[in-house]
Ligand binder design. Sequence first.
Ligand code: G6P
Length: 610
Amino acid sequence: MCGIVGYTGKRDCIPILIEGLKRLEYRGYDSAGIGYFDKDKLAYIKRKGRVTELESLVEGGKIVSKTGIGHTRWATHGIPNEINAHPHFSKNRDILLIHNGIIENYQALKKILINEGYKFESETDSEVIVHLIDRFIKKGYSFSDSVRHTLIEIEGTYGLAIIYEKEPDKIIAAKKGSPLVIGIGGDENIIASDINALIAHTKQVIYLEDYEIAEITKEGILVRNIHDIPVEKEVIELSMTVEEISKGGYSTFMLKEIFEQPDALTNAMRGRIIVDEGRVKLGGLEGIMDRLYHSERIIISGCGTSWHAGLVGEYMFEQYLRIPTEVEYASEFRYRNPVLSEKDAVIFISQSGETADTLAALKEAKTKGALCLGICNAVGSSIARESHGGVYTHAGPEIGVASTKAFTSQLVVLALITILLARRKELSLTDGRNLLTEFQSIPDKVRKILELNNQIEKIAEDFKNSTNFLYLGRGYNFPVALEGALKLKEISYIHAEGYPAAEMKHGPIALIDENMPVVVIAPKDSTYEKIISNIQEVKARNGKIIAIAIEGDDEIEKIVDYVIRVPDTIRIFMPILTVLPLQLLAYHIAVNKGLNVDQPRNLAKSVTVE
Ligand code: G6P
């Protein structure tokens, strides 16, 4: 995580860096800093806390510089304080560096450098990089060769931006494992961890790949790899707009993104459904369709909310495709030496397309010969580029740290893949048509559920002082229970657990008393009677029940404390609907507690370290 930005060009870089850091703040917000040229000397300003703290120190043209770098931190090594904030200086204060990633061999390198007389100011792993560069410069290497030789010595991950006093109008950037994109402007160039920070300035970008190093001046960009071989880079034209990454009248990004879901889901379906033929078309899978169809096993992997989407996918695939499906935490999968062959298909789900564990799991699965697919939201992201094929969710940028529209869009894409394959298997034309007709009505049903916002806000008021929550669901709605609990934990800091409803008897029931709210997802499906029994078990122990039930279920309100009603739909689509009240419930409880829902403590949107 951490966000990095850099600018060199004809304009004053300070407001551009500050604006860029604000756009990247979702990646980390423990501290922020900028490095720049104060006439012909290097200087920095850094502060603990948010970018606005930093902004207040540089406002009003107090500092002007044509080249600079900026960083917003998510602490890994060293507590979040001013000293550990980036940039970091070299010994003679003539090199400044910002880093996103983790240097795994930093302790060994630090020891060597200390023995050679280097003094460390911070507790960060990043500081070793700037001293190593300095060491090579002192040996007579050029600035760029010093960076290159340093990168050969370090192990781990990095997105780097470095400026050097003796080469004033240049930024050197490098990448391995952490994302880095370069925006090409007229008489100016910008680098950033992602396109959000540069979209206001240019739509033409170059994605840096692992082991590539770029020398950036306002005149041009020179890319070489770590072996000093020049690399021709493709310039990509972006279609994103600045409006897409602003709050658009909402008080928070999270609320905006919750309310964007009808459009996000429509976008995920657009051009992919042919109702008359009961068929789905996914361009990104065409080249690998036969191999996918013949896969004997499907593994879905991801982290956090994306992992929850994968769990729903497992129900979809096993019900409609009868292909054995497993869901794996990417962090466990990558290190377990998984048993894989070319008969397996592995689907990696990631909103950002940059999560370090998911990306590493993908590389591992590729090494072992499995077919690798990506379901990503960020176009051009590392996971999207590394996969053999894939499907974009097209949910638009998601800035709120707690994932909402990305999750429901992932469910749409999983359903599309299911129906696409099911039609090649046993699903009939009529059944295909019926499924797709219902599928197309989902965005309107979502709209209807969002109209319950005020009702849910009122319910939330009663629970702002709760300290624990239990979420229960069965079948397709078990992963929804996990996701509901995660949303609450992430933004309201209330302890919450999601459980398969029947498992409650094997532990969580011991926790239930009059202070324990229990959210039960209870659509009228084949498990309805069973879930009603689970509700009775909670009521018998004085637990407070909030039920997510379907419209027209008049029985349930006689036994629960609160009912939130969603329209009915086919089982496979139900999680897209039932998760919405849970997103809003978590949102309003957190807002009631006065918390920052977009940037909850300790979390980051894009976890690019393991
Ligand atoms: C972080 C975010 C979560 C997200 C997870 C996986 O923990 O805070 O919202 O679900 O990473 O991210 P990905 O981008 O791979 O979906």
